[in-house]
Design a protein around this ligand. Structure first.
Ligand code: AMP
Ligand code: MG
Length: 328
């Protein structure tokens, strides 16, 4: 097993099958801390220089997405929206406009479970310092959560908020999006074998030395246990868990996935893993299904083509979507 498998990825374990040790040595590996998470790239190409160039580009792409979409950088386009869009529509890049439009699509698909305006309340939490809003503060800000407050103007490429007190945050979708951008770039460069990970969001192009990548999904509570080993080629996989950013207070876990209806953490599942062709989708869906809970979440997964998922519910039960269940 390679060094990166257990140390770096907090919730998926990449298990390598070394069919050909010589070829395995030729993979180029890069790692960095960007977007508040660990970025990992594994690239193979017969021209090693090209593989190295690609690995560098992965990190550059992550930096670019972060510069535009981080809520923590005052200079980001996203911060400008949050400062000004209640007053006057803010013109943004086509890239950011497109991802906000995709996010609103997900809000419609999930009947508001996925909602980037969650941040209207979400910004009051500071998980690292165990800070949370009390119920009066939540009630005061809750009217700001509603994806229909976000008004897009396609001709002007602008984003406005229809009421004051709205904030958006793309934390539930931007990492998957950045991973997809990196994979698009790899395709342009003629790279056929690459794995790109941004925290819980991973996408794979091609295989690893003629065999599938084996992705292990960790148990959200018993972190030494792998609940599933999934062979993947040309797929994306995302996990959302209540153990990523959280604090416990009086036996209650306050974590970073917020139910837009309550402004409080969603608590009907521990983790959700989604597999599908595109990381933007698996990322948005892992967050969505987490909020929807086991029943509605599984119904959604089973209604979508080419999407599969595993839910670990609040009691620790493992639930598999139809395509992952063994057939008699
Ligand atoms: P993930 O790890 O992909 O599930 O993303 C979690 C992140 O999504 C959080 O850190 C927030 O930035 C964001 N988020 C939290 N709740 C929601 C929600 N209901 N809809 C959309 N994004 C959310
Ligand atoms: Mg997500």
């Amino acid at each position: 097993m390679n060094r990166f498998s257990l140390e770096v990825i907090s919730f998926v374990v990449i298990v390598f099958l070394f069919g050909n040790v010589v070829a395995a040595n030729e993979w180029v590996t890069r790692e960095a801390s960007i977007m508040g998470t660990t970025i990992h790239a594994e690239v193979w190409h017969e021209d090693r220089k090209l593989a190295e160039q690609m690995a560098e580009q992965v990190l550059q792409i992550m930096e670019q997405v972060n510069a535009s979409m981080s809520p923590y950088l005052e200079t980001s386009e996203l911060s400008k929206i949050n400062r000004e869009a209640s007053i006057v529509p803010v013109k943004v890049s086509a890239e950011l406009f497109g991802l906000i439009a995709d996010s609103l699509e997900y809000s419609r698909l999930t009947e508001g479970a996925f909602d980037i305006t969650y941040a209207s309340v979400g910004y009051l939490y500071d998980y690292r310092n165990a800070v949370r809003p009390d119920s009066a503060q939540i009630q005061a800000k809750l009217p700001g959560i509603n994806f229909t407050h976000v008004k897009l103007n396609r001709t002007a490429n602008s984003v406005g908020f229809s009421v004051p007190g709205v904030r958006i945050d793309l934390g539930g979708i931007a990492k998957g999006y950045a991973v997809d951008l990196a994979i698009d770039r790899a395709r342009e460069l003629g790279i056929k074998n690459i794995l790109v990970s941004a925290g819980g969001d991973t996408r794979i192009l091609g295989d690893r030395n003629g065999r599938p990548w084996i992705i292990g999904v960790r148990h959200p509570v018993d972190r030494n246990r792998v609940i599933a080993k999934i062979p993947l080629v040309n797929e994306a996989i995302s996990t959302s868990g209540d153990y990523e950013r959280y604090f416990d207070e009086d036996g209650v876990r306050y974590h970073h996935i917020i139910d837009p209806k309550t402004g409080d953490s969603a608590r009907s599942v521990h983790s959700v893993t989604i597999i599908g062709p595109v990381a933007t989708d698996t990322d948005a869906l892992s967050t969505s299904v987490f909020v929807l809970g086991p029943k509605k979440g599984m119904e959604l997964l089973n209604s979508l083509a080419r999407i599969e998922g595993i839910i670990v519910d609040a009691d620790g039960n493992l639930l598999y979507s139809n395509g992952l269940q063994t057939t008699e």
